[in-house]
Design a protein around this ligand. Structure first.
Ligand SMILES: CC(C)(COP(=O)(O)OP(=O)(O)OC[C@H]1O[C@@H](n2cnc3c(N)ncnc32)[C@H](O)[C@@H]1OP(=O)(O)O)[C@@H](O)C(=O)NCCC(=O)NCCS
Length: 166
């Protein structure tokens, strides 16, 4: 059985693993090794994740995890970026566990948190242009493309901003 829960310190290792493996599986074909390694080092290191599972506030609602038989198979987190505006900041699964509905369950947990605790009425997400594993998921969830933005340091990499009403 898959359980969706708020993450705690015992999930740090598993979150780092799914985010690292998920990141390589998602961007390995389209983005440089240097870029991927930098993102993983900055965002998915143990020290940072340990802090991010112990904090939960308006700006960062903490990590949610999908756990099966004690193993983390997915992780996601979000926060509020405006009065009634939430954002999904991160969502990754064990790459072998896509398209089983786990991403939907994680997104639903974050959406519930943002609506019930913080009054969100709208939700945003950023996704890299060309991410064929992420964009169709967001479209299936009712997100619509709004605008794009180049990474100032890596202008070839374009970030797409999507939003939906929640
Ligand atoms: C994006 C991700 C979290 C989605 O989770 P998931 O568990 O695979 O998605 P679900 O099974 O809940 O799918 C929900 C819907 O999206 C659709 N969908 C998901 N991925 C899809 C894809 N690559 N192509 C087409 N449709 C897709 C499903 O068919 C389903 O549609 P339905 O509701 O009409 O049946 C997961 O695929 C993943 O980890 N992808 C790689 C990482 C990534 O891109 N993260 C986002 C970075 S911004």
């Amino acid at each position: 059985m898959i359980k969706i829960m708020k993450a705690n310190e015992s999930h740090v290792e598993g979150i780092a693993r799914v985010c690292t493996e998920g990141y390589w599986a998602t961007y390995g074909d389209t983005h440089s090794k240097e870029w991927i390694e930098r993102v993983i080092k900055d965002f998915y290191n143990h020290e940072r994740i340990l802090k991010e599972v112990t904090i939960s506030n308006r700006d960062w609602g903490g990590y949610f995890v999908a756990v099966e038989e004690g193993k983390v198979i997915g992780a996601a987190g979000g926060g509020m970026i405006g009065d009634e505006v939430g954002e999904l900041f991160v969502i990754y699964l064990d790459p072998t566990r896509r398209k089983e509905g786990i991403g939907t369950k994680l997104l639903d947990a974050i959406t519930k948190q943002q609506k019930e605790e913080y009054g969100a009425k709208e939700q945003w997400v950023s996704v890299q242009k060309g991410n064929r594993k992420g964009i169709p998921f967001y479209e299936a969830k009712g997100f619509k493309f709004q605008y794009d933005k180049a990474d100032p340091e890596y202008p070839a990499y374009i970030k797409l901003r999507h939003s939906r009403k929640i």
